[in-house]
Design a protein around this ligand. Structure first.
Ligand SMILES: [Zn+2]
Ligand SMILES: [Zn+2]
Length: 232
């Protein structure tokens, strides 16, 4: 197994965002999306860990759930500090996590593979998870900058994410990338028509919005309005 420490940052993001998990099915509910705590019980924790077999196995206990919730709060605090512009505090909190959950690299050779690195093998799931998540986040921060740790600005969202755009312009999670258009500078003379043709200097790594996507939340000025006519 190839170890890419930076990819472990994803563990931190997934865990923090389990605070309010909205399932794809929930989004279609007529009474509005249900937002459940992804760590409401051990089944929730098992769901979160599904597809990540390298985190260790064994029976999950209630105290593992408590440990994961505590880790989640700690990681969340790193993001909220950064999003509030308090980068000093964000770094301090992340450093505390790195001290609390040291990384233990080990060389391993198995399944005919050459000697390669494994990280924190064999510990309890929360310990393995914490060491990898903190390390991954720290590697990302060192690579991109601590201000890249963001909290989505869409009302009621609160999901965290890593802004890796060149111009550090992303302020909304991938689910709310469409809201990014509303962040434009307030002095901009209204030009609602520019959605069709992006300026040539628009960042190429912005949200992948295609001009002919019709299922997005964008409101077009010339949308046929079937209810405009007088009712009989
Ligand atoms: Zn391996
Ligand atoms: Zn969001």
């Amino acid at each position: 197994m190839h170890v890419d420490l930076a990819s472990y940052a994803d563990l931190a993001i997934v865990l923090v965002n389990s605070r309010h998990r909205t399932g794809a099915d929930d989004l279609r509910r007529l009474d509005g999306p249900r937002r459940l705590d992804g760590l409401r019980d051990l089944d929730g924790l098992r769901d979160l860990l599904a597809g990540r077999p390298h985190l260790g196995g064994g029976t999950l206990r209630p105290r593992d759930l408590d440990a994961m919730r505590e880790l989640r709060d700690q990681l969340h605090a790193v993001f909220t500090a950064s999003a509030a512009g308090d980068h000093e505090q964000a770094a301090e909190r992340l450093n505390e996590l790195l001290i609390q959950h040291p990384v233990h690299p080990q060389l391993s050779a198995h399944d005919g593979l050459d000697w390669h690195l494994h990280v924190n093998e064999g510990g309890a799931v929360p310990d393995v998870y914490a060491a990898r998540a903190a390390m991954g986040l720290a590697v990302r921060v060192a690579e991109h900058g601590i201000d890249r740790l963001r909290v989505c600005r869409t009302d009621g969202c609160g999901r965290v994410f890593l802004d890796t755009t060149k111009d550090r312009s992303r302020h909304h999670c991938p689910d709310h990338a469409a809201d990014e258009d509303n962040v434009g500078d307030p002095g901009d003379p209204g030009d609602p028509g520019d959605a069709e043709g992006r300026a040539p200097d628009a960042p190429a790594d912005g949200p992948p919005v295609s001009a002919d996507a019709t299922d997005g939340p964008r409101v077009s000025a010339d949308a046929p309005n079937g209810r405009a006519g007088p009712r009989a």
